[in-house]
Design a protein around this ligand. Structure first.
Ligand code: C2G
Length: 132
């Protein structure tokens, strides 16, 4: 069984997230998502709209996702890859090069981001529409 892992905040789920998860799953048989906790989001200077529990429940409902684990810090990836016997690490290419240190432990794949959509854009568009 080929195991894949990816990480993220996955707040205000949108087509870019789903495109990433679908392509990540297509690379193997089992997809784990390391979901950023609310505390780690603060480290990433992100404030998610949905709580970790809600974002986890939403991800677990997606057909491409087999397991969700908490992402609590920048340092856990090597341990996660070893413990979960991961074959492929996947991220969107906005992270190109940032996780190449994992090549010692598994394949590292950066997939093209989906253009024109982001959680930040959703928040900005909603703010503008409210302000007229
Ligand atoms: N993504 C994408 N296309 C978009 C938006 C996001 O492919 N239009 C991808 C990102 O590249 C990432 C995943 O969807 O692989 C999740 O995006 P975020 O929730 O924004 O993740 P991020 O905050 O970048 O967290 O340790 C890694 C970090 O936790 C990554």
């Amino acid at each position: 069984m080929k195991k894949v892992i990816t990480y993220g905040t996955y707040d205000l789920l949108h087509s870019g997230h789903i495109n990433l998860l679908r392509r990540a799953k297509e690379l193997g048989d089992y997809l784990i998502v390391g979901l950023s906790t609310d505390e780690f989001n603060a480290v990433k200077e992100k404030k998610a709209y949905h709580s970790y529990e809600d974002r986890k429940m939403i991800l677990e409902a997606i057909r491409y996702v087999d397991e969700v684990i908490p992402e609590q810090n920048w340092e856990q990836k090597v341990q996660d890859v070893i413990e979960h016997e991961i074959d492929i690490f996947v991220m969107g290419d906005d992270w190109e090069g940032h996780f190449d240190f994992l090549k010692e432990y598994c394949d590292v794949v950066y997939l093209p981001r989906t253009a024109g959509i982001s959680t930040t854009k959703i928040k900005q568009d909603l703010l503008q529409s409210r302000n007229g």
